[in-house]
Design a protein around this ligand. Structure first.
Ligand SMILES: [Zn+2]
Length: 268
């Protein structure tokens, strides 16, 4: 089976919209703004087949209406009344296909309640919306920190060579917090060096690989004793302690993850 290419459309402040294309056919994931998408499609003489949406935030859905008007193609996404223009609702366990490539739909709450992600087990491609970023993860905008923990754990269980297409270029800032937690992590130091070079040339640090994230992303590493020691020291901080009370945390793993997520919110 011939394969598709994936092209990032950098847009808005720091978003990546993902365009999958094969021959002249194209699929857009999370087009938060129609203009750069239409430009990209025209420039490459691509025909839009469908639009897939991960979650309701404006920077992921802002292009739906204009794209639908211009191309009249189906829009797939979660059943959430905060998103208008979806005509095919997706839920956990669904399978969606494009150009004979099959993707699993995985419900990954934690950033938002209805967030879904798209997993292609054949190509080992993951389009994860705002769940995971390189060296970081999404904020808990609604629901429970424990939900986000379990969503990230699901990602962590995928094959290590999984290519991860995140929706934002946040890597450089995330690495500051990651290195604060693990100053002696050699893989992190290398990643910072690589990211600095890429960003100096205005190049993307995304996609990333699961193997790299397992070695450098603190949100996949909150089980490590050295990290937990630092989290213990921060857990009493009044902002963190107050916010922790609002979460339902049933296990030690969920607790430490929540402390880390809350700490990152106030880390400068
Ligand atoms: Zn979001």
């Amino acid at each position: 089976m011939s394969n598709y290419q994936v092209t990032a459309i950098p847009a808005l402040k720091d978003n990546y919209f993902w365009c999958l294309h094969q021959d002249n056919n194209a699929l857009l994931i999370d087009p938060g703004d129609a203009t750069p998408c239409i430009e990209m499609l025209k420039k490459n003489q691509l025909t839009l087949n469908a639009v897939w949406i991960t979650h309701h935030h404006q920077d992921h859905i802002g292009g739906i209406t204009d794209l639908a008007q211009q191309y009249k193609r189906p829009v797939y996404g979660p059943n959430d009344d905060r998103i208008s223009g979806i005509d095919h609702y997706l839920k956990q366990g669904d399978s969606v296909s494009w150009q004979s490539h099959q993707f699993s739909v995985v419900h990954c709450p934690g950033h938002t309640n209805s967030h879904v992600i798209f997993w292609n087990p054949t190509q080992r491609h993951l389009f994860c919306g705002d769940i995971l970023f390189s060296a970081g993860c999404g904020r808990v905008m609604e629901g429970e920190a424990a939900d986000l923990f379990h969503s990230l754990q699901w990602i962590a269980s995928l094959p290590q060579d999984t290519k991860i297409f995140c929706a934002h270029e946040y890597t450089e800032a995330n690495l500051g917090f990651a290195l604060h937690l693990e100053p002696d992590n050699h893989a992190l130091q290398q990643r910072r060096h690589q990211v600095k070079e890429l960003r100096a040339k205005f190049q993307a640090t995304i996609p990333t690989y699961l193997e790299l994230e397992l070695a450098t992303n603190p949100f996949l590493r909150s089980h490590l004793p050295g990290i937990r020691q630092k989290l213990d020291e921060m857990a009493g901080h009044h902002h963190i302690a107050d916010a922790l009370k609002k979460f339902q945390l049933n296990t030690e793993d969920e607790y430490y993850f929540a402390v880390m997520r809350l700490w990152k919110n106030i880390y400068v």
